[in-house]
Design a protein around this ligand. Structure first.
Ligand SMILES: Nc1ncnc2c1ncn2[C@@H]1O[C@H](COP(=O)(O)OP(=O)(O)O)[C@@H](O)[C@H]1O
Ligand SMILES: [Mg+2]
Length: 249
């Protein structure tokens, strides 16, 4: 894993109201973090700050990238920090078009792109819905499309905002498969969720926003339910060769 985000003295205020002040924070390399806190404490706001979508009221955010590309082009924007919206915006088109959206202009051959899209669709169990228009999908299926669309970009850091809210068990397990794959590639994940589930079971650290600040603690691995669909998360991890921008999907 080549990218870390560090923050120093980040504060968020709306008018007179201080949402949070966080002394210091680091994501990466290869982190899996469960971000928790009551409604309205600022979880979404923090993820948006970390993904560059929202500017904090004060404080510093730095990304470090040690890939050769960044060494060669130090001024190039960082790439591959992706914010996954709680209610993802999907484009007017088919499932296939949505999943392939982020790689439509990439330099790979059409055959390679097609193989990647089909692979992503298989991982989220939507290959039979490939040609369906996005409007016919259920909420869980839409979330799976959004996850596949993020996964195909091979983010180094994926910030997942309530990805499992109101999802059925199968959809959560499909997201887990993709999340595990990203972790095995050396990526980092931050996952917000109201309650512990198979996705948050992947996390090794906890961030808890409470009393206008954030505390970090290690997370004991408590596997909520065994799943036959999950691959091993313990195989050898490789690093992503990426330099980086911020995106939201
Ligand atoms: N643009 C804004 N202007 C004023 N208040 C905001 C704005 N965006 C978010 N807030 C407030 O900040 C608080 C934290 O919101 P949010 O980050 O969505 O919390 P969480 O994701 O933990 O539920 C909420 O009370 C919300 O109303
Ligand atoms: Mg939120």
């Amino acid at each position: 894993m080549s990218i870390t985000i560090t923050t120093q003295q980040v504060s968020m205020r709306y008018k007179e109201r201080v949402l949070f002040h966080i002394h210091e924070l680091t994501i990466g390399p290869n982190d899996a973090i469960y971000l928790k806190g009551d409604n309205g404490v600022g979880k979404t706001t923090l993820l948006k700050i970390l993904s560059g979508l929202t500017k904090p009221s004060s404080g510093k955010i730095a990304t470090t990238n040690t890939t050769w590309r960044h060494a060669l082009f130090p001024k190039a924007k960082f790439k591959d920090v992706i914010y996954l919206h709680q209610t993802p915006y999907l484009f007017d088109g088919t499932v296939y078009q949505n999943v392939g959206y982020g790689i439509r202009y990439s330099k790979e051959s059409p055959k390679d792109k097609r193989a990647q899209i089909i692979n992503a669709l298989r991982m989220v169990g939507l290959e039979t819905l490939s040609d369906e228009h996005i409007s016919v999908l259920s909420g869980g299926e839409r979330q799976r499309v959004a996850m596949a669309r993020a996964w195909i970009l091979k983010p180094s850091i994926l910030l997942m905002d309530e990805p499992s809210a109101s999802l059925d068990k199968e959809s959560i397990e499909r997201l887990v498969i993709m999340a595990e794959d990203l972790l095995q590639r050396g990526a980092s994940l931050v996952i917000t969720s109201h309650q512990a589930n198979a996705l948050t079971d992947l996390c090794k650290k906890q961030w808890w926003i409470k009393d206008n600040t954030l505390t970090e603690s290690p997370l004991l691995q408590v596997v909520s339910e065994p799943s036959s669909m999950l691959g091993s998360a313990n195989s050898e991890r490789s690093s992503i060769n990426a330099s980086t921008t911020f995106r939201a999907v």
